[in-house]
Design a protein. Structure first.
Length: 312
């Protein structure tokens, strides 16, 4: 079995290839070709959980085990730790063990890229990211790699961290212009941008209600019923697309707390498959919003990419 550290895991999962693998996985999950139950969430203590996520397909299968310890900063340890094990479905032969947080970060960012490719009727040139954590960094890298985005605004409450994030982003991608934006400015003078992506664990809305009609808003960070990134008014004003409809019913706190009409919520698999046209979701030129909660099938898609990249 190959054991991949975070750097090796990232190298095995190029974003452009991941997006295509995720497009395939959305169809296979919808058809039943991938079997992936809702993730198991086991409380460890008041601020910590163990997540278990299996997915089975005819060619390859995965199990992901992740622990989230919200107070780990005081131990100088990452909050999220874990691994993804890929194995041959028909033999159980273990193929590789990948770094779990790296897989999560990259396939989550790639799912947002699939949402952009599917729902935004133009190639994005600019993006506003809300948050400065690992997911924000992964999304910035993916936007550069997949679409060639060069203009970024980064918004967060801690201005020092926001400025440091911008510097690091520009060091990784010298062609990029990244501008820090104080969080209070989100409700005042919002820059015109193609995409707004929220990547926080907030329990109050962070995405502005007044974003432009032709801006695609994506909510990534809120993965529990008590978390919120979208304002209810925005959710009620636009059509809603989700990465996993079953999971969203239980985990998308934005949608649950806003008491959305679930008849207006569609899975991205239906749009990718052509059952619903993206243009039909944009009423009078107002783009839908995209909400992701994650799914073990997306980890399986990543394992397929890893296997092909490494020739295993």
């Amino acid at each position: 079995m190959h054991i991949l550290d975070p750097r090796q895991t990232a190298q095995a999962l190029p974003y452009t290839t991941l997006v295509s693998a995720l497009e395939r996985a959305t169809q296979e999950l919808a058809s039943g070709a991938i079997r992936a139950p809702e993730r198991q969430v086991v409380p460890i203590d008041a601020t910590s959980v163990l997540l278990g996520m299996p997915a089975i397909a005819d060619d390859l299968s995965v199990t992901k085990r992740i622990t989230v310890h919200a107070d780990n900063a005081r131990h100088q340890l990452p909050a999220i730790q874990g691994e993804v094990v890929a194995f041959e479905t028909h033999t159980g032969r273990r193929i590789a063990l990948m770094d779990g947080p790296t897989v999560t970060g990259r396939r989550t960012a790639a799912m947002s890229m699939l949402g952009i490719r599917t729902l935004l009727p133009r190639t994005p040139r600019s993006a506003l990211l809300i948050g400065t954590g690992a997911q924000a960094a992964a999304h910035a890298d993916a936007l550069v790699e997949v679409f060639g985005v060069q203009q970024f605004w980064i918004a967060a409450r801690d201005l020092d961290r926001t400025q440091a994030f911008c510097r690091a982003l520009c060091e990784r991608h010298p062609q990029v212009v990244a501008s820090p934006l104080p969080a209070r400015m989100l409700q005042e003078d919002l820059p015109r941008t193609d995409v707004v992506i929220a990547l926080t664990t907030s329990r109050t809305a962070v995405i502005p209600e007044h974003i432009a009609a032709d801006t695609l808003a994506i909510g990534v960070g809120a993965f529990k019923p008590d978390m919120v990134e979208f304002p209810p008014a925005l959710l009620h004003a636009r059509r809603i697309v989700v990465d996993d409809l079953d999971g969203a019913h239980h985990e998308a706190g934005d949608l649950i707390q806003a008491k959305v009409d679930w008849a207006r919520v569609v899975a991205i698999s239906d749009v990718v498959a052509g059952k619903l046209a993206a243009a039909d979701l944009a009423s009078a030129g107002v783009l839908p919003v995209f909400k992701t909660v994650g799914q073990a099938s997306w980890d399986l898609a990543a394992a397929r990419v890893m296997r092909a990249t490494l020739g295993l």
